[in-house]
Design a protein around this ligand. Structure first.
Ligand code: LMR
Length: 342
């Protein structure tokens, strides 16, 4: 009991300033940088995390959210995190290869996830956990996966058949899988930072792009694209990551409170992602300026025939074992999640 009393006294003294008055300690600041709009699913989830983190830590942590590439753009943000210039990011899973983690591009493979529940079986199971563990060797701790949605295609010509892509300059994220995807359609892939997509479409530097509808609407891409095709040919999601040295250096109780805030923000984000994408697609349709077209079953089959070979083509880059493990998991999405060989 005496030790407890002594520790309590020391804690009080630690809180006293040199002048002997009680000095409130400056909060620990988490800079959370991301590239989407505040009202996109990831933007809303970042704000929810901010509120929860400050509440659960009773103000001992302050989260500063910097949306829309205000602080760092695509290429800069991972390096800034590793340098400790920013503490938290939530990059698209298509953007981890520069860390030497090409496996993350498995999430970009066309048609690798038949449904959202199939995706969750991967991200919330042993495969997702194993991928996040790979970040540790890069000085990064992976906290969670955040959802967005299946992608649609857009351009200034109708995109019904694979042949319609011939010669189109299509903006992609910096993923070799997406490069191969666009080339399989006969398009010319062009990597651009997310913040550069709208101006590049507006100036006709590129002809079209792909993204979930929520990103298209919140970046106003639909205002400079006459046609959107609901193809759901691939998925876009995120990993929420922190600087490992910063995270490991946090007091245990604060880390526990932040992990709780992250769990609640992740659950919130999962409930809004599909709703917001459905609403965004309807909003684009309602503008009357962009024609929204849904592929027929025959057209879907033609796209699959053109794009499924990308999975085989990327085995050497991503790893056949990982691709096989994902396909086995998604094909049994109702089965209990079992530890995979991969
Ligand atoms: C993109 O660059 O298209 C996306 O990764 C942006 C995002 O973070 O959703």
């Amino acid at each position: 009991m005496r030790i407890k009393a002594m520790l309590a006294a020391l804690a009080v003294l630690a809180g006293l300033g040199a002048a002997g008055g009680v000095q409130a300690q400056a909060p620990i600041v988490i800079k959370f940088s991301h590239v989407v709009a505040p009202d996109a699913p990831k933007g809303l989830a970042a704000e929810r995390f901010r509120v929860l983190a400050e509440q659960l830590t009773h103000g001992r942590v302050k989260v500063e959210v910097y949306p829309n590439s205000q602080l760092y753009k695509d290429k800069e943000e991972l390096e800034a995190l590793q340098l400790g210039a920013v503490q938290m990011l939530a990059p698209s899973l298509a953007k981890f290869a520069p860390l030497g983690l090409k496996e993350f591009e498995a999430f970009d493979l066309p048609y690798i996830f038949p449904t959202k529940s199939a995706l969750y079986a991967v991200t919330e199971g042993p495969i997702g956990k194993r991928l996040l563990q790979k970040l540790e060797s890069k000085g990064i701790t992976g906290l969670a996966y955040w959802d967005n949605g299946f992608k649609v295609m857009s351009a200034n010509r109708p995109l019904h058949r694979p042949d319609d892509f011939h010669g189109l300059r299509m903006r992609i994220q910096g993923s070799k899988v997406l490069d191969a995807q666009m080339r399989a359609l006969g398009a010319v892939p062009q990597v651009l930072a997310f913040s550069e997509v709208y101006p590049a479409l507006q100036a006709h530097v590129v002809d079209g792009t792909e993204n979930p509808p929520s990103n298209m609407l919140t970046q106003r891409m639909n205002e400079v694209q006459k046609y959107v095709t609901v193809s759901n040919h691939g998925y876009l999601g995120y990993a929420v990551i922190v600087n490992k040295k910063f995270w490991d250096g946090l007091p245990r109780d604060i880390r526990d409170e932040l992990e709780q805030a992250m769990r609640e923000a992740t659950a919130y984000e999962k409930t809004i992602a599909q709703r917001d994408n459905d609403a965004a697609l309807e909003a684009i349709r309602k503008t009357g300026k962009t024609k929204v077209y849904t592929l027929t079953p025959q057209e879907q089959a033609d796209w699959r025939r053109a794009l499924l070979p990308v999975q085989k083509q990327m085995e050497a880059r991503i790893g056949k074992d990982l691709i096989d493990a994902i396909n086995q998991t998604t094909s049994r999405t109702t089965a209990p999640m079992t530890a995979k060989a991969w």
